[in-house]
Design a protein around this ligand. Structure first.
Ligand SMILES: C[S@@+](CC[C@H](N)C(=O)[O-])C[C@H]1O[C@@H](n2cnc3c(N)ncnc32)[C@H](O)[C@@H]1O
Length: 232
């Protein structure tokens, strides 16, 4: 249906022959399809549920994928603005060209940042009420190796600083990701891991959403003496 090459390899959007599903692959890795999107939607729903702002909610989404988390965010009247950071320019263009049915990129509340979500986070301070991270199949199943730093403490500190006080970071993972959960607990408060049942064909399994809140008041902890969390 469409393919392109980037520094990370081939990006493919295709209709699967056996069931007609729309499928996204990057660098030879299955990223997602449009048959199982409940947990991408749960990512947005759970994060908005945990966010204390009652209106004017500002959200950063990394990355776009097939746009189901974005669609869920925009369905909520509390959502005022969404910045979508997507590293694959071709995928953004395919959304704009109508190759992804139901794409919401043209919604006036949406701004697209073509590039690495890490760069967007490191450039921001207190900008968002919610940050959604769904750029891999989770920390234990990366789409590209460069994303390993997304799940480590320097970047998680930067996410903390990029949130408004009381804001929520939400991370999608296909595995329970205990190391990530531990890192989040060291930095944020009200950390929670949701286990979400999914059925893939005839197989029952679970995916996970990890939530973490930036404290509403600054608390005294050793790492808070640092003014900024620069990229390593
Ligand atoms: C699993 S999909 C996102 C699914 C999305 N939540 C949805 O509902 O369709 C992962 C997306 O993240 C993008 N991506 C991967 N690494 C990225 C990064 N470092 N910064 C921004 N986008 C990234 C991929 O190109 C892909 O479009």
């Amino acid at each position: 249906m469409a393919n392109a090459f980037s520094d990370r390899g081939e990006v493919v959007l295709r209709r699967r022959g056996r069931d007609g599903a729309l499928e996204l692959r990057v660098n030879g890795v299955f990223v997602m399809d449009d048959r199982h999107t409940s947990t991408e939607r749960d990512l947005a729903r759970l994060a908005l549920g945990a966010c204390r702002a009652r209106s004017g909610v500002r959200v950063l989404v990394g990355g776009l994928g097939l746009g189901h988390s974005l669609d869920e965010l925009l369905g909520c009247p509390r959502t005022a603005a969404v910045t979508v950071a997507e590293i694959e320019p071709a995928l953004v263009q395919w959304h704009r060209d109508g190759l992804v049915p139901g794409s919401r990129l043209a919604d006036p509340r949406v701004t697209v940042a073509v590039g690495d979500v890490a760069a967007v986070v490191y450039a921001a301070r207190g900008a968002w009420d919610v940050i959604l991270l769904d750029v891999d199949n989770g920390p234990d199943f990366l789409v590209h190796d460069g994303n390993a730093a997304i799940y480590r403490r320097p970047f998680l500190h930067a996410c903390h600083d990029a949130l408004r006080p009381g804001g929520v970071l939400a991370v999608w993972s296909c595995s329970p990701a205990p190391d990530l959960a531990e890192a989040l607990e060291a930095i944020f408060e009200d950390c929670k891991r949701h286990s979400l049942a999914v059925t893939l064909g005839s197989r029952d399994t679970a995916y996970f959403v990890l939530l973490a809140r930036r404290p509403a008041q600054r608390r005294s902890a050793p790492w808070q003496g640092r003014r900024t969390h620069e990229p390593p």
